[in-house]
Each structure stands twice: as structure tokens, then as C-alpha cells.
Design a protein around this ligand. Structure first.
Ligand SMILES: [Zn+2]
Length: 144
């Protein structure tokens, strides 16, 4: 079924929701002044509204997780850029919310001469520290 062409409703009655094609200015049923556009209730053509509602319901009805909605990032450590990203990968693999902030040159590129800062979700800091200790101990056995 095509929605293009002369069958498209160009006005609707705000009172009863009846849709009208061009040429009508008042509702034939209740004489209300028509408003432009199809009736809002004709929602079968508007999956966006449904998707939005579904997403909203999903968020509001989601089971509460132990981590809060607004985790506070806490600096875990400062490392060389390569190590920082290595640690980031390990943390994320262990389920820790983490991020790395690289030092930037004045041109915005990563600057290997300065340490990168590793941030983690403050509520997971203890776990992150334990993982980071493990990383350091392992590094001690490896030649670099
Ligand atoms: Zn009407």
C-alpha cells in the first residue's frame, strides 16, 4: 500500500481524529477546524514512536545493576601509552568500566613522551586495583 499520492491525509480533526484530504477546512462530523497533517493516532506508520517507547520501557524496567547510573571515573594509574591501553584491555575483559586518556600534543595527536592516564569506574576501583597489581606482577617476569 503506497502512502504517496492523493490519498495522503493532509489535515485531521483535533476532536474526533478523522483525516481529510486537501479541500476540507472543517470536520464534517463536529464542525471543528481541521489541523494540518495526518491524525497523530494514525500511528501504524510511525515505528519511531514505538521504538522510542520500547527503549524507554526497557531502560525504566531494567533490573537495577550494582553500579550506579552515574559512575564517577577515578584515576587508577598513569602508564606509558602502550601499557595504558594494554591495561585498559585487561580491565574491560574483566568487566571493569575503564577509559584511557592519552596525553596529547598541541596538534591533538597522542604524545608517547607523556604518560596516559587510566580511569576506571570509581565503584569498581578495588577490583581494578587488584587486576592492575596482577598486571604489574606479570610484567615483572617479562623482559621489556
Ligand atoms: Zn471531527
Amino acid at each position: 500500500m503506497s502512502t504517496t499520492g492523493s490519498n495522503v491525509a493532509v489535515a485531521h480533526c483535533p476532536v474526533c481524529g478523522a483525516e481529510y484530504r486537501s479541500g476540507f477546512e472543517r470536520c464534517a462530523d463536529d464542525d471543528a477546524a481541521l489541523e494540518p497533517g495526518p491524525a497523530p493516532e494514525a500511528g501504524a506508520d510511525e515505528p519511531r514512536a514505538d521504538a522510542w517507547e520500547a527503549a524507554t520501557n526497557r531502560v525504566w524496567n531494567a533490573p537495577k545493576r550494582p553500579a550506579s547510573k552515574h559512575p564517577v571515573p577515578v584515576e587508577l594509574c598513569q602508564l606509558g601509552r602502550a601499557d595504558a591501553h594494554l591495561v585498559l584491555g585487561i580491565l574491560e575483559a574483566e568487566g571493569i568500566e575503564a577509559d584511557v586518556q592519552d596525553a596529547l600534543t598541541e596538534y591533538g595527536f597522542g604524545n608517547a613522551a607523556f604518560p596516559s592516564r587510566v580511569f576506571v569506574n570509581g565503584e569498581q576501583l578495588e577490583d581494578a586495583r587488584a587486576i592492575y597489581r596482577g598486571f604489574n606482577e606479570r610484567q615483572g617476569y617479562e623482559t621489556r
